[in-house]
Design a protein around this ligand. Structure first.
Ligand SMILES: C[S@@+](CC[C@H](N)C(=O)[O-])C[C@H]1O[C@@H](n2cnc3c(N)ncnc32)[C@H](O)[C@@H]1O
Length: 288
């Protein structure tokens, strides 16, 4: 990749801060960016990003929803185990490594992280080996794996997909044999951009991580966008802690969930009282 081309594209999209960071990266005599410097920058920033997942207890939040979801899947005919969870865009694999370390979902759930970036997958695999964790990471498009997922998950990925790409993201999962999906991303509250700015100033060192945190919060999808995009044939879309039911000081991230229709009732039953925080698309029609 030529440095000048990357800078031009960033400036065209109005992202001057990132253009300045790229201008500071080393390139060879032909102006091609040093791939090692790019990989090392991405690993550094994602290592800092892991602090956000730790701080927000993303593993516990996911299990709070996925525990009951797997209970429902195990109890419903049509989905015999063993099961496979695929983390789309796993980055350094914090979530999958946390699930493996805690064995929170049970031994019948295989844990796989997939990412398009080879350097991040390499580092995720190294970290998992260092702790002898029972999970694996693949450098691949999560939707082109040889074996489909039972449940697709992701954290901090949804806001990267916009418009038709967001629709395709959900349509592809609905067209797969998966039983369900559960994608956590930043809640688009009015506090999100300022909250992200404070957190990233306090906890991140690298300017790219600090800048990306605020831009990500600004790009967070609204409840309406997520419920509409996830409303695809064969899937019952559900949103946990939509804005009207949430405390903006506490709800920093929340999942959009999709289940095959026969799973909704057993899933709500397994969630218990927490199910009252989960709404379907009919919520959009209700007056505020
Ligand atoms: C912001 S990172 C999120 C990293 C990680 N989930 C975390 O919370 O630290 C988004 C990642 O999604 C990956 N990605 C996007 N589409 C993908 C796909 N179809 N399959 C696998 N990875 C994908 C990108 O390569 C990128 O590393």
């Amino acid at each position: 990749m030529r440095r000048a081309e990357v800078i031009r594209r960033l400036r065209e999209s109005g992202d001057e801060p990132t253009a300045r960071i790229v201008a500071g990266l080393p390139a060879d005599q032909d102006g091609v960016l040093d791939p090692h410097a790019v990989d090392s920058l991405l690993i550094t920033v994602h290592t800092e990003l892991q602090r956000l997942s730790e701080e927000l207890r993303i593993g516990e939040r996911l299990v709070y929803v996925l525990g009951p979801l797997f209970t429902a899947i195990r109890a419903t005919s049509g989905w015999p185990g063993p099961y496979r969870l695929v983390d789309i865009g796993c980055g350094l694999g914090y979530l999958v490594r946390w699930l493996a370390a805690t064995d929170a979902l049970g031994a019948d759930v295989e844990l796989v992280g997939a990412d398009l970036d080879a350097a991040l997958v390499g580092e995720a695999s190294r970290l998992a080996r260092a702790e002898a964790l029972n999970c694996r990471f693949v450098h691949a498009d999560a939707f082109a794996l040889p074996k489909a997922a039972t449940v697709y998950v992701s954290t901090g990925v949804l806001h990267h997909f916009r418009g038709p790409a967001l629709d395709r993201f959900f349509q592809t999962q609905a067209a797969s044999p998966a039983a369900a999906f559960c994608h956590f991303d930043i809640a688009a509250t009015r506090l999100a951009p300022i909250g992200a700015w404070i957190f990233h100033r306090a906890r991140m060192r690298h300017p790219l991580g600090r800048h990306d945190g605020v831009v990500s919060a600004q790009r967070a999808h609204s409840d309406e966008t997520l419920l509409r995009a996830a409303d695809v044939p064969g899937i019952r879309p559900l949103l946990y802690e939509p804005q009207r039911l949430a405390n903006p000081f506490c709800t920093t991230v929340r999942p959009v969930i999709g289940v095959r229709p026969p799973l909704e009732a057993p899933f709500r039953l397994a969630l218990g009282r927490a199910a009252r925080h989960m709404v379907g698309p009919e919520y959009l029609a209700q007056a505020p």
